[in-house]
Design a protein around this ligand. Structure first.
Ligand code: ADP
Length: 496
């Protein structure tokens, strides 16, 4: 689907030609956008990509590009052939590219990555002992870290020291001018642990944040562009299917059930806001289909379904407390972003968190609670999820980010009881009476005491005394660091 540049091998002439030819058309590039012949840095593709729209470029990993225009997540670029001549011009996803002749181009350099994600990536089948990556720790003061598989269960994280003169070392007796030289050295010579670096960690392909660059602004799409495949689940409000957009991009298709209670205008306005919310721990909204009922909501697909069923299933039952802490900190991270955006969830619970590859957790159904669920909740007392609701939300309908914090406490209870039901023996009204008179859920079996302390903080009577999500995130991350340094023999245990 690439657009072939037929006559002008030079980017500058090509741009000028195109500008002259199209001078009567709208949306012309302003003159300042015409690149100099050699302007624009060269980037290398790290993964292959298949174009999804006419003006996007398909490419293979290793192909090179000169960037023409940077705009959001999609850049306009000239594809270069082996001799460096322009062979095509089109739009490319920026997260598939790395700047040439920088460390970012190296197959072992993973950019900013936390320790949990690193371990998950390195422990994936196919890596094996000696597989490694170099990353920037999420904690600024730690800087660069070499993470390497040292046994079938263990990853070692070693801080890479950078000197003021720009050299790098693991051990002050051996200095290297660049990270590349350091890595090459430890591919030949053993690390202190006796392990030699073997292959770079397998690198998962990034997921574009949009179906294509054309759906960044135009995301009210016709239903015909989607095909339904297997049914993934069914809730009170929607049936959810695995599906495809234009037969090529995997998506989740949520078909709303109670369309009569929806106002199309409100729905469009609300989704407009949701579309702008982007965070690695929030489900990405790709598109909506509202030209006829039932409405569709199209989101990214999460392979392992909802967290509640996951925790109750085979894989979830075996999770260690350390992994649960990490997953909870991911949810807190997504919620901290919503908090920062002045958005509230209103229905935070394990059933509304989705789990993907490498056990990554993403908060789903945010915002939509008001427009899709509230009309139904308010018409039937039985449907209000009382057991997750803060007392002020039940008594006065006061939903806020602080009432979401209460729900997060209940979500922690669900996680550390491996999908247990809160207040199992009580009705909604009994629960409201009990919590109003000071009763709180007991700690689940084997729940770390620090985690139960966090639950109790979330269930403070007074909303303003509850912690913010940013604080919850930090508390959980610190707890994870402390627990993981007990859990490993890694001498660089503080490296995260
Ligand atoms: P409702 O809002 O009606 O409760 P949900 O949005 O919770 O419906 O979806 C029902 C079920 O479908 C979920 O519990 C989950 O198992 C599955 N599901 C929903 N969205 C996705 C998704 N993006 N990827 C994978 N599975 C999903």
């Amino acid at each position: 689907m690439s657009k072939i540049v037929c006559c002008c091998p030079c980017p500058w002439l090509e741009a000028l030609c195109e500008r002259l030819c199209n001078s009567s058309k709208k949306n012309l590039e302003p003159p300042t956008q015409i690149p100099e012949p050699d302007a624009g840095e060269i980037y290398t593709a790290l993964w292959p990509f298949k174009a999804r729209a006419d003006d996007e470029l398909s490419f293979q990993d290793g192909e090179q590009f000169r960037i023409y225009k940077r705009e959001g997540d999609w850049w306009t670029a000239f594809k270069l052939d082996r001799t460096g001549k322009v062979s095509a011009k089109g739009v490319v996803p920026k997260n598939y590219l790395a700047r040439r002749q920088t460390v970012k181009e190296q197959p072992w350099y993973f950019g900013t990555l936390d320790r949990f994600e690193t371990q998950n990536l390195l422990m994936a089948p196919g890596n094996g002992v000696g597989a490694f990556l170099v990353r920037q720790s999420e904690k600024n003061h730690i800087g660069c870290v070499l993470s390497v598989v040292i046994s079938d269960r263990e990853v070692k994280h070693i801080k890479i020291h950078e000197n003021q003169n720009g050299s790098f070392h693991l051990d002050p007796s051996e200095m290297f001018e660049s990270l590349e030289m350091l890595v090459e050295h430890y591919r030949r010579e053993q690390l202190r642990s006796g392990i030699r670096l073997t292959r770079p960690c397998a690198r998962p392909e990034p997921k574009p944040q949009d179906l294509s660059h054309q759906t960044v602004d135009d995301w009210e799409l016709p239903k015909e562009e989607f095909t339904l495949e297997e049914k993934l689940g069914s809730g009170y409000f929607a049936d959810v299917y695995r599906g495809k957009w234009k037969g090529m991009v995997n998506v989740a298709i949520k078909i709303l059930k109670k369309n009569e209670s929806l106002n199309q205008r409100d729905f469009l306005l609300e989704t407009q806001i949701l579309k702008k919310l982007r965070h690695k721990h929030l489900i990405t909204l790709f598109a909506i289909c509202t030209s006829s009922v039932p409405f569709y909501i199209i989101t990214e697909l999460m392979e392992k379904g909802n967290l509640l069923s996951f925790l109750r299933g085979e894989e979830g039952r075996d999770l260690k407390a350390l992994t649960l802490i990490e997953m909870a900190s991911q949810v807190a991270d997504g919620m901290a972003y919503l908090e920062e955006q002045n958005s509230i969830h209103r229905d935070l619970a394990a059933r509304n968190v989705l789990v993907g590859a490498n056990d990554i957790c993403k908060v789903a159904d945010f915002g939509l609670a008001r427009i899709v669920k509230e009309p139904i909740y308010s018409t039937s007392d039985q449907k209000i999820p009382y057991k997750w609701c803060a007392p002020e939300a039940i008594s006065h309908g006061t939903f806020s980010i602080q009432s979401d914090v209460w729900s997060f406490g209940v979500l922690l209870y669900e996680m550390f009881s491996y999908g247990g039901v809160p207040y199992p023996a009580f009705s909604n009204h009994e629960v409201f009476k009990m919590i109003s008179s000071g009763y709180r859920l007991p700690a689940p079996n084997k729940c770390p005491s620090h985690i139960y302390d966090i639950m109790l903080m979330c269930w403070k009577d007074s909303a303003v005394e509850r912690p913010h999500f940013t604080e919850l995130k930090t508390l959980l991350e610190n707890l994870w660091i402390t627990e993981s340094s007990h859990d490993t023999s890694d001498p660089a245990g503080g490296v995260s």
